[in-house]
Design a protein around this ligand. Structure first.
Ligand code: GLU
Length: 424
């Protein structure tokens, strides 16, 4: 009954194509609410903006920016902003949709949104980075706000960038709107525990999945792709629990050490421009060899589409923890399932970040700040409750954890959609 969207051309392995197949798989479990499900297959609103800045050498450069609000049935839009040279409208659409599912899966009172700029921030000076951030924020200022759509960090964005976004929005609206973005520095209304929250959520859901599989974390071998805020924090927590990190891949390359990489030395080295491959305590191998490293747990914590059918066939992992958004293409998902590899899907596994973003937003509105223990206790409880409910749903219908997460989340989203009704 509905026409296909004309402004994207998804493929079976592209981000939006991946998302559409994930929605199709949940349809049989939606009952009468399936009537409303088409709403999940199109964004509510998508804004494309031009971001012109004057570079340090006087030239004028233009970048393409996006903010997509996928769904707001359950609350304001929520989701990060990504700075990456490969960002596209299609990618941001998929990322916004995964935010809709994720916020509903952990039952936060939000919809889903996402933003991005097609730019390589590593090629910009600090001043140029600030200009790009501020102009982009001004351009999307017509649709964001503390009660409408709240950005946050994502790939290549951080607390400083959130501070510039908060300041730009505040200067344009004439107040100090701390609640317009989350992931801010602590003294600007940020929350304790936010930086580590995503990695912590990956650990908490991963530990529970390992327990249910009978996989002992002591001595477990873990391979981590992406060693930023998500991968490195999750890795540290797993090492504290007795596991060893046998392979790490970042944007500079791949290092392996079957005895376990020393994170106390690797983490600071990986933060320098020379990256993980400049670490001396492991062997540098070609990137594709990362997928051949013998491991028990695989943590994709980088970009979409990394676990392809071919890589799914060869991994030795028994458990995949999706720290990244959309790292597994649907065909690979099926191969992993056939091979008995358990996948804790992105929309629950990495929901710790947006959960503490929610705590930050609540603290900003009440101007009352919690201590870190309180944040972590609440975070762990929300993640565990959500995961247990999803697991029960998976057991009941004999479906994957991903489809079960979509079943739990989409029921919440579409109930809200139905109760609100169509207007005007
Ligand atoms: N970028 C993170 C994500 O993909 C966090 C978003 C947020 O805190 O709003 O979930």
């Amino acid at each position: 009954m509905s026409e296909k969207l004309s402004f994207v051309n998804p493929t079976p392995t592209s981000p939006w194509g991946t998302y559409l197949q994930q929605v199709d798989r949940v349809m049989p479990y939606l009952g009468d609410l399936a009537k409303w499900a088409e709403t999940l297959k199109r964004p509510k609103r998508a804004l494309i903006v031009d971001v012109p800045i004057e570079m340090d050498d006087g030239r004028i450069a233009h970048y393409e920016g996006y903010r997509v609000q996928h769904n707001m049935s359950r609350g304001p839009g929520k989701g990060g902003v990504r700075f990456h040279p490969d960002v596209t409208l299609e990618e941001v659409m998929a990322l916004s949709a995964w935010m809709t599912v994720k916020t509903a899966a952990v039952n936060l009172p939000y919809g889903g949104a996402k933003g991005g700029i097609r730019v390589d921030p590593k090629k910009l000076s600090l001043k140029e980075l600030e200009k790009v951030t501020r102009r982009y924020t001004s351009e999307i200022g017509i649709i964001i706000g503390p009660h409408t759509d709240i950005p946050a960090p994502d790939v290549n964005t951080n607390g400083q960038i959130m501070a510039w976004m908060m300041d730009t929005y505040s200067m344009n609206t004439g107040g100090t709107a701390t609640g317009v973005v989350t992931g801010k520095p602590l003294h600007l209304g940020g929350s304790l525990g936010r930086v580590k929250a995503t990695g912590r959520g990956v650990f908490v859901t991963g530990r529970e999945a390992a327990r249910r599989l009978g996989l002992d974390l002591r001595g477990a071998r873990i391979a981590v792709q992406g060693f930023g805020n998500v991968g490195s924090v999750a890795a540290e927590l797993f090492v504290e629990a007795g596991a060893k990190i046998v392979a790490v891949q970042d944007h500079t390359g791949t290092i392996v050490n079957e005895k376990g990489l020393d994170l106390a030395e690797l983490v600071p080295v990986s933060r320098t421009p020379a990256g993980a491959v400049s670490f001396k305590g492991g062997d540098v191998v070609p990137n594709e060899a990362f997928w051949d490293v013998a491991c028990d747990i695989l943590i994709p914590a980088a970009l979409e589409g990394q676990i392809t059918a071919a890589r799914a066939k060869k991994t030795t992992a028994k458990l995949v923890l999706e720290g990244a958004n959309g790292p597994t293409v649907p065909e690979a998902d099926d191969i992993l399932a056939e091979r008995g590899v358990l996948v804790v899907p992105d929309v629950i596994c990495n929901a710790g970040g947006v959960t503490v973003s929610y705590f930050e937003w609540v603290q900003d509105f009440s101007s009352f700040f919690w201590d870190e223990d309180e944040i972590n206790v609440r975070l762990d409880r929300i993640m565990m409750n959500a995961l247990n409910q999803i697991w029960d749903t998976a057991d009941k219908h004999k479906i994957s954890l991903r489809t079960a997460t979509y079943a739990v989340a989409c029921e919440r989203i579409l109930m809200a959609r139905q109760e609100r009704g169509l207007y005007p």
